[in-house]
Write a protein that binds this ligand. Structure first.
Ligand SMILES: NC(=O)c1ccc[n+]([C@@H]2O[C@H](COP(=O)([O-])OP(=O)(O)OC[C@H]3O[C@@H](n4cnc5c(N)ncnc54)[C@H](OP(=O)(O)O)[C@@H]3O)[C@@H](O)[C@H]2O)c1
Length: 360
């Protein structure tokens, strides 16, 4: 029998990516949907369709909502009926997530794309294939809080791509410091960024983004200690901007390593990274966590964000950085709503099922 899931925030960009990733899924079956009181009481079709114009707000490129999903009722997230639900995907705005996620996690495992609990000491902040050992915090969280379920979180979508590449480098060369400048896709801002702000423009500020990238990356790269993560003490400086690209975050990363490494050493580290995880063959897994380009015109968001279903991090322009000690620099493209949110949440849930964290 399939594991029955509820998708909360189903009407939003990340929630729709969860739904698209769960279409005909071998392990999970969507049994309930929820969103704000604005959508509650409507069918999913009505909740995402403007009644006057008939315009449907569906954002998961390359897919359509299945008829049985369109017919499902959308519940009010506050009163979500958890009877018969084995797992919740929570993809709601931050303030709502703070209130809602503990309500669910008291009873069932909850995989979250939102920010509020990411930095709690007993909450794992996980990228599939990168730091799955941090899931051991789940037992501590359940014990401390007396919950039957738990919260497992995914990072900020900007931290995701960079942390994957840094984790490939850290064990081999050590990392002293990182500087990153991002050009982030519009869909990372949710549904409501006005077109007039972003078309033919670069927006130089994304509230709270730089701090989140900095602190979350240190936790993701950290080591599992006694009931908490000992963060990796790297110096990290981020400049985050929003660019006129629908999806895909492009990030220019410079890394000061503890040991010298040539571009070829870096390429080898990227290409050899993550095979133990990808060999599991989980349904939403990429075949390669990192895809390396030698063509200096790659990676580009338009060409590379959807490679391997949006689940690989594409890296190119790997070259020495003359300013940082043992410096190396590169560009990467990561799909913010796929690996960085909805599909990454599904991949994490697939691993949780594989590792025995679901059902009991
Ligand atoms: N977009 C990305 O690339 C991305 C990447 C990583 C993480 N995230 C995180 O994922 C979460 C969702 O982001 P998004 O981009 O999908 O946002 P979004 O497109 O704006 O969707 C927000 C969702 O939250 C629901 N919601 C809002 N207020 C609510 C409330 N008070 N109670 C219950 N549900 C409520 C909305 O329901 P209604 O339709 O009823 O308003 C909608 O389903 C955020 O925490 C975001 O930081 C997003």
């Amino acid at each position: 029998m399939k594991i029955k899931v509820a998708v909360v925030g189903a009407t939003g960009i990340a929630g729709q990516q969860v739904l698209a990733s769960l279409d005909n899924h071998p392990t999970f079956e969507v049994a309930a949907l929820a969103a704000s009181e604005r959508s509650a009481g409507k069918s999913f079709a009505d909740a995402i369709t403007d009644p006057d114009s008939g315009i449907r707000r569906w954002y998961a490129a390359g897919s359509n909502p299945a008829p049985e999903i369109l017919a499902l009722p959308v519940q009010d997230a506050k009163g979500l009926d958890l009877r018969g639900i084995d797992l919740v995907f929570a993809a709601v705005e931050s303030e709502a997530a703070r209130e809602l996620e503990p309500i669910y996690a008291r009873h069932v495992p909850t995989v979250s794309t939102a920010r509020p609990y990411r930095m709690e000491p007993d909450v794992p902040l996980v990228i599939p294939g990168v730091n799955l050992e941090h899931l051991a915090l789940i037992n501590e969280q359940k014990r401390r809080r007396g919950w039957r379920g738990f919260i497992a979180t995914l990072p900020n979508c900007t931290a995701t791509g960079m942390a994957i590449t840094l984790k490939a480098l850290e064990p081999r060369f050590g990392i002293d410091c990182v500087m990153v400048t991002t050009m982030q896709g519009i869909s990372g801002a949710g549904r409501d960024l006005p077109a007039l702000d972003i078309v033919e423009n670069i927006i130089p500020y994304i509230p709270r983004e730089e701090e989140r990238v900095q602190i979350e990356t240190r936790k993701i790269l950290g080591h599992l200690g006694e009931g908490a993560i000992a963060e990796l003490p790297i110096r990290l400086s981020a400049t985050c901007t929003r660019a006129g690209v629908i999806a895909g975050h492009t990030e220019a990363v410079s890394v000061g390593l503890k040991k010298p490494a040539s571009p070829e050493d870096i390429i080898a580290a990227f290409q050899e990274y993550g095979t133990e995880f990808t060999r599991l063959g989980l349904p939403s897994s990429p075949r390669h966590l990192i895809t390396v380009h030698r063509d200096p015109m790659r990676p580009q968001p338009r060409l590379d964000r959807d490679v391997e279903g949006g689940m690989t991090t594409s890296v190119g322009r790997i070259r020495p950085d003359e300013v940082l000690p043992n410096g190396i620099k590169y560009l990467l493209v990561t799909h913010n709503t796929a690996m960085g949110a909805g599909k990454g949440a599904v991949l994490l849930a697939e691993y949780l099922a594989h590792a025995g964290y679901l059902r009991g």
